[in-house]
Design a protein around this ligand. Structure first.
Ligand code: WQD
Length: 339
């Protein structure tokens, strides 16, 4: 009997890649999105990759009645919750917008999941670890006080899921803590679509290389790292998507060992900003226009995952090389530019 997975925010960067991997793994998928943070590009790309029109519900998860109607309409076995605002800087300027949207949408989903008795997979983030010198981080590493309302909503949603699992029989949950998702699907039919000027490194690199941005600023070269630039755990978006299939399967097959589980989803391979720029230039044969700039407020010096738990319990590990990832990122940017 095929299982049905609801992907909230399924038209977005991560949601669309997860939809493809779930469908190709044999799951029925329902995409629900209010398109507040993306257009239909990735939804159309998902349908093109899968060769069929995927079920799509346009809705806002802050609308409790709409959420209830969605769960009444489809035989949902598991829900993966991506639908949230995710711009760190914007969350500092608009905290109430972030707390309302990110918390209320998740509470509505949990209320519906509780009635249906279905599993919940929450899209969390390594941002919960904050700044730490105990590296690599494991799932037992302490969370640090959030440095932005966005990061705080991630911690609060983890706690809401944990407490719901404890209180309500039949609700089981997994939180996946992503490190830095980058890249695009090898088909170049889906990828990252930042609104306006990208905050994140890789889309800024590709937009600079394609001529959409004048120059990439490397924020800080005086950090206590081998080359002076920050270290991050950059995880290929397709590897990240496959981790969701492993987690959903663990839940649907009743293989969870606790009713609430947390997994780091990273490569365990720290990379500096300069190393990423050099890989991009080498693999794609392009010269990038970049310069050093002052440090960016809020940046942590270094963070990368200990992915052992996901390997042992989910049977998942990152497989793509950084070369494959920057190649796919560049192919996607060129496709967007019509090149
Ligand atoms: C990576 C490195 C920058 C842009 C953020 C969120 C996190 C998660 C992933 C959602 C840093 C440097 C960047 C640029 C640069 N998002 N950089 N020039 O900040 O590690 O994580 O995205 O869950 O929650 O905080 O990612 O790509 O912004 O930065 O030098 O134009 O690249 O200083 O060292 P970050 P990032």
């Amino acid at each position: 009997m095929k299982k049905t997975v609801l992907v909230s925010g399924g038209a977005g960067f991560i949601g669309s890649h997860v939809t493809v991997e779930l469908a190709q793994a044999g799951y029925d998928v329902v995409i629900a999105d209010n398109f507040s943070n993306c257009d239909e590009t990735n939804y159309k790309g998902v349908c093109a990759i899968l060769g069929r029109q995927m079920p799509l519900v346009r809705m806002d998860f802050c609308d409790a009645a709409a959420v209830e109607a969605l769960f009444a309409k489809y035989p949902i076995d598991a829900v993966i919750h991506f639908a949230a605002f995710k711009a760190v800087g914007e969350s500092v300027a608009e905290p109430l917008m972030y707390y309302r949207n990110n918390l209320l949408s998740f509470v509505n989903i949990l209320e519906a999941a509780r009635k249906k008795g279905c599993n919940v997979l929450f899209s969390s983030s390594a941002t919960v670890y904050g700044e730490t010198d105990q590296l690599p981080v494991t799932e037992a590493s302490p969370r640090q006080p959030a440095t932005s309302p966005y990061g705080n909503t991630k911690q609060m949603c983890e706690d809401i899921l944990r407490d719901s699992v404890k209180a309500y029989p039949g609700v089981r949950g997994i939180a996946l803590r992503y490190f830095n998702p980058i890249g695009a699907h090898p088909s170049a039919l889906i990828g990252e679509l930042p609104r306006g000027v990208p905050n994140n490194l890789v889309p800024f690199i590709t937009q600079t290389a394609v001529g959409k941005r004048e120059c990439l600023s490397v924020f800080g070269n005086d950090y206590p790292t081998p080359d002076g630039t920050c270290l991050r755990d950059y995880i290929d978006i397709v590897d990240l998507a496959k981790a969701h299939v492993c987690a959903v399967t663990r839940m649907c097959e009743g293989r969870m060992k606790e009713d609430y589980e947390i997994f780091n989803v990273g490569t365990g391979r720290p990379l500096s900003v300069l190393e990423l720029i050099n890989a991009f230039e080498r693999v794609n044969g392009v010269k990038l226009n970049w310069k050093f700039a002052p440090r960016r407020a809020g940046d942590v010096v270094a963070i990368w995952a200990d992915p052992t738990r996901a390997e042992q319990e989910l049977g998942w590990r990152a497989e793509r090389s950084i070369d494959e990832t920057v190649k796919a990122a560049w192919a996607w940017e060129k496709k967007l530019a019509g090149k």
